[in-house]
Ligand binder design. Structure first.
Ligand code: CTP
Length: 399
C-alpha cells in the first residue's frame, strides 16, 4: 500500500487534518502523521494514531521509535504533505533548519513535497513568508494556495487552509501522475444542455454532470491539463481544471471548437439535448400565446463534427441507451469516428443519469468490448482512464 506522510503543525485549522487522512484512506492510501511539538497543544497525538492505525511521530529522539526513523520512513512514502503549515514551519523548511522530526524529515525526503499554508492574512502576505514560499517553489516544493475568507483572528483575507478535498486532490496528482498523461490536453464535456423557448422555459435532460466531472478530476490527477466544458450542474469544478460554463448545445459546440485544435483527448460525456426550438423568444411568452404546437429542430451533433475534423485527437464518446446497447453503441461509434465508446444502459435502477454509480460497457472500433460492473462513477472514471492510457501508449508506439 502506498503511503503519505502528513506533517501537521500548530494552526487552529489542525482539525481539518482528520478529514485529509480520511480522504487519502478512501483512495486506498495509508497515512503516517508527524506532528510538531506545538501542534500537540491543540490535539493529542493519540487522535491521529487512532485514525491512521500507526503511531504518530512527534519527537526526533524517542525510545519507542526505531532508530533513525526519519531515514527509514523516507523509503515508505510517496508524498510528504504538510497541512496545515504555519509560517514557522515554512520558514524552517526554506532555510534548512532541522531541529525537530518534521523539519529533519523534510531534508531527508526524496518524494514530492506539498505544503498547504494556514495562517493569519498579515503573516501570509508578509514579504518574508512570500520569499520563503518562492524559495521553496524554486526547489520544486508545491503549494496548495490558501483560501480567502474569514480567519480565526476575525479578519477576512488569504490564509485560510484550503479544503481537505482540494489538498488531497493536489496530493493525488503528485502521487498518481503518469507519463502518458503529462503534457497532454484533455477536453471533457459534462452535464446537460438547455435549449430555451424563452427566458424561463427550456428543454433539457436529467444529466447531473457527475461522470464528466469525475473524468476531469481523474485526468488532472494523472497529470493532464484539463479543460472542462460544462452545461448547468450543481457541481464544483475540481481544482486545477479550467472550467468553461455553457448553457445551450450551440454554446457547447463553440467552446469545444475553440479548444479542439489543442486537445489530445476529447471525452464527450455531456448529454447534449437533441432538439431545440426553431424560434427562441427574448421575452417571456404568456402561456396563452404559446399555442398547442412548438416547432423544433435538431441541435448540431458536436461529436460527429469532431469526428469529421479529427487529426491526432483521441475521441471518446458516450452512449446512454435503454436497450440494444452493443448494436447502438457500435452504430454511433462508426458514424462519429470515435476511438472508444462508453455505453450504458440507463433503464436499470440506480445507474446512469444523476446517480453516483454506473455500470458501463466499453466498445472499441475493432469489435472488442469490456463490461465494467456496477461501481462508483469515480472508479468507473479510473477504469476509463486506464484504457485511455493503453490507447495513448499504442499511438506513441506507432509514431
Ligand atoms: N452528442 C453530441 N452532440 C449531440 C448529441 C450527442 O456531441 N447533439 C454526443 C454525446 O455527448 C455522446 C454521443 O454523442 O458522447 C452519443 O450521444 P447520444 O445522445 O447517445 O446519441 P445521439 O447521436 O444523440 O443519438 P440518439 O439520441 O438518437 O440515440
Amino acid at each position: 500500500m502506498r503511503k503519505v506522510a502528513l506533517g501537521v503543525s500548530s494552526s487552529i485549522s489542525i482539525y481539518k487534518a482528520c478529514e485529509v487522512i480520511r480522504l487519502f484512506q478512501s483512495e486506498g492510501l495509508g497515512v503516517r502523521v508527524i506532528m510538531t511539538e506545538k501542534a500537540t497543544r491543540f490535539i493529542q497525538p493519540y487522535l491521529f494514531t487512532s485514525l491512521t492505525g500507526e503511531r504518530t511521530i512527534v519527537e526526533l529522539f524517542d525510545d519507542q521509535q526505531r532508530p533513525i526513523e526519519h531515514i527509514s520512513l523516507v523509503d515508505e512514502i510517496s508524498l510528504l504533505l504538510i497541512a496545515p503549515a504555519t509560517a514557522n514551519i515554512i520558514g524552517k523548511l526554506a532555510s534548512g533548519v532541522a531541529d525537530d522530526f518534521l523539519s529533519t524529515f523534510y531534508l531527508a525526503a526524496k518524494c514530492p513535497v506539498l505544503v498547504a499554508p494556514a495562517m493569519n492574512e498579515a503573516m501570509f502576505l508578509h514579504p518574508q513568508t512570500q520569499e520563503n514560499i518562492r524559495k521553496l517553489k524554486a526547489l520544486g516544493v508545491e503549494f496548495v494556495e490558501p483560501d480567502t475568507g474569514y480567519l480565526a483572528c476575525g479578519k477576512k483575507g488569504p490564509g485560510r487552509l484550503a479544503s481537505p478535498e482540494t489538498i488531497v486532490h493536489h496530493g493525488l496528482r503528485l502521487i498518481k501522475s503518469r507519463e502518458p498523461f503529462r503534457d497532454k490536453v484533455f477536453l471533457v464535456t459534462a452535464g446537460p444542455t438547455r435549449e430555451f423557448l424563452d427566458p424561463v422555459r427550456f428543454v433539457s435532460n436529467p444529466s447531473s454532470g457527475k461522470m464528466g466531472y469525475e473524468l476531469a478530476r481523474e485526468a488532472w490527477q494523472l497529470g493532464a491539463e484539463v479543460i472542462l466544458v460544462s452545461g448547468p450542474t450543481g457541481l464544483e469544478a475540481p481544482a486545477g481544471v479550467y472550467l468553461e460554463k455553457v448553457n445551450t448545445a450551440e454554446e457547447m459546440r463553440e467552446a469545444v471548437r475553440k479548444h479542439y485544435s489543442r486537445a489530445d483527448v476529447v471525452l464527450m460525456a455531456a448529454a447534449v439535448a437533441d432538439f431545440r426550438f426553431k424560434k427562441t423568444l427574448s421575452d417571456k411568452a404568456r402561456k396563452t400565446e404559446i399555442g398547442q404546437t412548438l416547432e423544433i429542430e435538431p441541435t448540431p451533433d458536436i461529436l460527429e463534427e469532431l469526428g469529421r475534423q479529427k487529426q491526432r485527437q483521441l475521441l471518446v464518446g458516450f452512449a446512454a441507451e435503454t436497450g440494444r446497447l452493443g448494436e447502438r453503441a457500435a452504430e454511433k461509434m462508426k458514424k462519429k469516428k470515435v476511438d472508444l465508446m462508453v455505453g450504458n444502459d440507463v433503464s436499470g435502477p440506480g445507474v446512469g443519469f444523476a446517480s453516483d454509480e454506473n455500470e458501463v460497457t466499453l466498445f472499441w472500433p475493432d469489435g472488442r468490448s469490456r463490461k465494467i460492473p456496477r461501481m462508483s462513477k469515480r472508479k468507473i472514471s479510473q477504469e476509463i482512464m486506464a484504457e485511455i492510457e493503453v490507447l495513448l501508449n499504442e499511438r506513441k508506439g506507432k509514431s
